[in-house]
Ligand binder design. Structure first.
Ligand code: GDP
Ligand code: MN
Length: 390
């Protein structure tokens, strides 16, 4: 499955670090570059040895060759030339972050995520950072401190102490710095309504300074309306063009890999529809939730997004009328068809409030590509059949 049902905005490392700096988490000074020449002048401005880092929304850049040290600005330009355009697990590098190189004594790991089952935030901290945290969790689980924070209580100084003592950090200055960074990371996490904040590695320099060398920060898409400054950080070039179009039209849409365009009203029903399509041997092309609406305009917008996907062979409307009245949706569909001239076969299942009236409207319209079905299962079967025939 390509799309995610939980919507999220992933920040690039450099964006995450700029955010960290705003919250007072120490990071190295750096500049963004999109060409080798820009990398050269960035390195000149920073002075000394720099590190050239690929900016892509995937981890493991180091192992993939996307992170290189450069002793001079000429070398920085060379390394940038090698890294720009590189393909790291399907992500093409268009930007590099040039930062003053750090000397590393030790690498730690610190993160905050949701623990949904506990309904709390979860801190994870270990002095065995720099590597995959899943590796530490399985090979050396005792080294990984897991600490819940009750959102109603918030972060308290003892949380910080519990983290550093739990992981066996012995140096008092280091303890203080890590605990302070944990407090600030918590502020950044809650202040931005994040879903994940991860620093791997959190380094200790030979001088004993603790600093974030990497940043992974994911913001909850559904909270972005409260954070226009964060919403602007989205890289539209890296996003799926269909999802971008959907966002512009305020359509709740997630691209999937199949050929049956799915439309439902309400997230639960729409997800169930995606499942039923799989159950009868087909594959949904998307998840598209009409929400409580179902007026003609909403239907036109949703159909525009769905039919823009060249993989779509048939469309399955699954509407359960509650607040949404089925006759309204039927009128919406007919009006949309009148406006758009869609050639895809469209299967419509209407049930609930005013369903009979809705089905009558569809029947009377007598459109050749419109198929009314009474149940979700029959509707899914018909839509899959039509997709495979078409
Ligand atoms: P990731 O591979 O995508 O997680 O990228 P990171 O930013 O975590 O960097 C990966 C690794 O590159 C780090 O764990 C470090 O070992 C190394 N690295 C990154 N920046 C520096 C630096 O400034 N100095 C040194 N010596 N190594 C660095
Ligand atoms: Mn990392």
């Amino acid at each position: 499955m390509r799309g995610r049902l939980a919507r999220a905005l992933d920040l690039y490392e450099y964006q995450g670090k700029e955010l960290f700096a705003k919250y007072g988490i120490p990071v190295s000074e750096g500049r963004l570059a999109t060409t080798p020449e820009e990398a050269r002048s960035a390195a000149d401005a920073l002075g000394g040895t720099v590190v050239v880092k690929a900016q892509v929304l995937t981890g493991g850049r180091g192992k993939a060759g996307g992170i290189k040290l450069a002793a001079t600005s000429g070398e920085a330009a060379e390394r940038a030339r090698e890294i720009l355009g590189m393909d790291i697990r399907g992500h093409v590098v268009r930007k590099v972050w040039i930062e003053r190189a750090s000397e590393i004594e030790r690498e730690y790991y610190l993160s905050i995520a949701f623990d949904r089952s506990a309904k709390k935030l979860l801190f994870m901290f270990t002095t065995e950072g720099g590597v995959d945290i899943e590796e530490v969790a399985s090979s050396n689980p005792d080294a990984l401190v897991r600490l819940h924070v009750d959102p109603l209580v918030g972060f308290r100084p003892w949380h910080g102490r519990r983290l550093v003592y739990g992981a066996g950090v012995e140096d008092p200055s280091e303890q203080k710095q890590v605990a302070a960074i944990a407090a600030k990371l918590y502020e950044a996490f809650t202040g931005c309504e994040a879903m994940l904040a991860e620093i791997n590695p959190l380094i200790v320099t030979p001088e004993g300074d603790v600093r974030a060398l990497d940043a992974k920060f994911t913001v909850d898409d559904n909270a972005l309306f409260r954070h226009p400054d964060l919403a602007e950080l989205r890289d539209v070039d890296a996003a799926d063009p269909l999802e971008t179009l959907a966002r512009e039209k305020s359509v709740t849409y997630v691209k999937l890999d199949g050929d049956v365009g799915v439309l439902g009203n309400g997230a639960g029903l729409t997800m169930a529809t995606v499942d039923v399509v799989s159950f009868v041997g087909g594959r949904a092309a998307d998840f598209c939730d009409l929400g409580g609406g179902g007026d003609a305009e909403g239907v036109v917008d949703a159909l525009e997004v769905i039919t823009r996907d060249p993989q779509v062979r048939s469309i399955f409307f699954n509407i359960f009328g509650g607040i949404t009245r089925c006759d309204e949706v039927a009128r919406g569909i007919l009006q949309a068809l009148g406006q758009m001239g869609i050639e895809h076969p469209i299967v419509v299942r209407l049930d609930g409030t005013n369903a009979e009236e809705g089905r009558r409207l569809l029947r009377e319209a007598d459109a050749p590509n419109l198929y009314a079905e009474a149940t979700m299962l029959e509707g899914a079967r018909r839509a899959v059949e039509l997709a495979q025939a078409g």
